[in-house]
Each structure stands twice: as C-alpha cells, then as structure tokens.
Ligand binder design. Structure first.
Ligand code: SF4
Ligand code: SF4
Length: 375
C-alpha cells in the first residue's frame, strides 16, 4: 500500500467517494483533538475538497486555512476502515496562501537547511567505510546535525543520497518529488542494503513509485540489526521513547523498539501514556501554525515528564527538535520540573551502551545464577 506518494488527479475524487463518513479518523487526529472543529479534521477537510472539486464551494481564506491544518501524521489513514488515502488527497489538494507559499518555497527550504550548518560546526566527520555495499541514507537534516549512523558490528558506506523529498511531497510538488525519487532509486539499485535511522526518510523512501519493486526490499530501519543484540548500558539510567508517526506508518511498531530498550542491562524503560501521539511540529507546520503546534507539543512534553525518565529517545530529527523545544518550554515557561535529555536512539546506543559478546553473556548468567538471581 502506498502511504505517501503523490496521487493522480482522478484518484482524489475516487478516494473521497470511498469515505463512509464514519468519523474514526477524527478520533485519532491531533488537530481535531486540539481544535475540536470538524472543518479542520480529516472528514471535514475531505468534504471541503469535494465541494471545491464539484464547484459547490469557493476557495476562501477559511477553507485555505483548514486544508493547511494537517501534521501529515498518517494516523487518520492508518485508522480508516474504508482505506481512504487521506494524506494522499491532502498533499495533492493542499492550497497555500501567500505566507504558506513563502514558508514552503525552495528559497526558505534551502535557508532552513543552510541555517542548520551553524549547529554542525562542531560535528565530527562521519565514520564510513567505502569497502561496504551497505549504504547509509543520511537525510538532509541528519547531514547537518549528526555524525552519521555508527552501527556496532556493521560497516556502512555513505550513500550520498538526495533529500528523501518529503518537503516537496507534502506541498504537491510532484515534479521535484519524482526527480529526486528517480535519482535516489538509481543509488538504491546498486546497493545490497540501504539503512535508515530517520523515520520520516524511511517511510517516504519506502513509498517511492519504484521502477524496480525489488529495490523496496533493500530498505531497512537500523533497529532490525539490533533485535538480537544484548546491549549493556554503561550506567544505570531510565529511558522512555517517543514513537515518530512516520515510523509507525512505515510498519515499525513501538513494541519492536521497546523490546530492544527493555532488554538493555542497566536500563529501566517506561512507556509514556502518550508515547504514540504526534510531537506537533511536523516539518514547517510549526512555523505556519505555531500556537496549535506548541499546544500539541506541550501535551506531549507533559506525558514524557510523567515518566520521570533521564532520557527520552526517538528516531526522527524533527521529532527530536520538537521534544527538546517543548521540554525546555515545559521546564522554564510552565515550571514543570524535569531533568530529561532528548536524544536520538542510535546515538544513545553508541554513546552509552555496548554490545556484550556471547562469552560475557554466559559468564554474567552463570554469576547471576550462582548468586540466585533471576536472569
Ligand atoms: S475513517 Fe475513513 S471512512 Fe471514516 S470518515 Fe474518516 S476518511 Fe471517511
Ligand atoms: S494526517 Fe494527522 S493531522 Fe492530518 S488529518 Fe490525518 S490525523 Fe489529522
């Protein structure tokens, strides 16, 4: 099933006609939860788009704003019993006002990416191995902010991919999206595997309209390599995990992530009650709708603070940026005391944990059994 590709014009109406108006999408929509307004939630937006197509409605400022009120979290689509490709319709039909057009222009997009370079001044050079044919997909934000994925026990080569193209996909820029998808597929074609550590890039690339469908099978989220690894944390810490909406949309479950975290020796894992709720920022949504974005982000922060964890981990640079911001605001503006550090999970595993080899595992089990401990 394609989750995010740009749909053809004739598919928009077909998809809207599949809607039975059951309202199940509304129950999971963070925008509806925040505004309690039908016209800005999934079902209402579909009706307005249908009205515009049929000529029953005329585009005005209010409709323009309603159609832009979407975090592209995919929750409505995953919850729709009729299989309506809701975000496909929204991405195709999103209509931007002047401010929206400026905020999403190539100029502003490039400016945002460039400004990230300020943060990357002290970034260490990535560690890659050119002898490997397992490629790392380094997204455009990660390129500026992260050292690169350092998977213990696996050599990775820099894939030198273009941006995954989600900024263009969500603005209906089919021309640029297709160009980038084609470019990236050529690189994937020659690779044995392509490893991702950003949930948004992973879900976007998984839904490329691949020329060779077998290329899709080469795409792997890095946590797959850690399912059987026995990690040990160098110090006793408590952690929680924020589930990026796009990780779920790409088919990775929170349970899979938690299995890894719970199995780490010296780590105490607690799931936040709202672990799977959207972080609220969604690319540049927070620039266009700061009040709504921040209210959603603050609810998220409250749930994380309640876990009393030392670290909140995640797997998407935008979510991490949003969590840092909302936890900071929660602490200093709302005086909601917390000591929580936000960190990318892959970075956390590299910095604070190591993989215990088989002999050490057996030795630890034997020692614990001798001491009458449960292992
Ligand atoms: S869940 Fe699907 S069928 Fe039900 S109202 Fe929403 S879009 Fe329509
Ligand atoms: S993608 Fe998310 S924010 Fe957008 S309409 Fe669907 S549930 Fe609401």
């Amino acid at each position: 099933m394609h989750y995010t590709t740009i749909m053809k014009a004739n598919e928009v109406e077909k998809n809207i006609l599949k809607c039975s108006r059951c309202g199940l999408c509304q129950e999971v929509c963070p925008i509806y939860d925040e505004l309690k307004s039908e016209s800005s939630a999934t079902r209402g937006k579909l009706s307005q788009i249908f009205g515009l197509i049929k000529g029953d409605l005329k585009l005005n400022r209010e409709i323009l704003n309603n159609l832009d009120l979407c975090l592209n979290c995919e929750k409505c689509k995953l919850n729709c019993p009729s299989g309506v490709n809701t975000t496909g319709v929204f991405n195709k039909e999103r209509k931007l006002g002047l401010v929206g057009k400026i905020m999403t222009s190539d100029f502003v997009f490039n400016l945002k990416i460039k400004s990230l370079e300020l943060f990357s001044l002290f970034k260490k050079s990535p560690r890659f191995d050119d002898s490997s044919n397992i490629l790392y997909f380094q997204g455009c934000i990660a390129k500026k902010l992260k050292q690169g994925l350092n998977l213990q026990g696996l050599k990775l080569k820099n894939g030198n991919f273009e941006c995954c193209a989600i900024p263009y996909l969500t603005k209906g820029r089919e021309d640029i999206y297709n160009k980038i998808a084609k470019y990236n597929e050529k690189i994937i074609e020659k690779a044995d595997l392509v490893i991702f550590d950003c949930a948004t890039c992973f879900s976007t690339v998984k839904d490329y309209p691949f020329k060779n469908p077998k290329n899709k099978d080469k795409l792997v989220f890095y946590t797959d390599f850690y399912k059987k690894a026995q990690f040990v944390s160098k110090q006793k810490v408590s952690v929680t995990f924020h589930m990026p909406c796009h990780l779920k949309a790409a088919g990775v479950s929170l349970d899979e992530i938690e299995d890894i975290l719970k199995s780490i020796k010296n780590i105490n894992y607690t799931r936040a009650l709202n672990a799977q709720d959207c972080c609220g920022f969604s690319g540049d949504f927070f620039l266009r709708h700061p009040k709504i974005a921040f209210n959603i982000a603050y609810k998220k922060a409250k749930g994380i603070v309640r876990t009393n964890a030392d670290f909140v981990l995640s797997a998407c640079p935008t979510c991490i940026w949003s969590l840092r911001f909302s936890l900071f605001a929660s602490k200093y503006i709302y005086k909601n005391k917390n000591k929580i550090k936000t960190m990318d999970m892959a970075e956390f595993l590299n910095k604070y944990c190591y993989i215990e080899n088989k002999t050490a595992q057996k030795e630890r089990k034997r020692t614990n059994q001798d001491a009458g401990m449960c292992v």
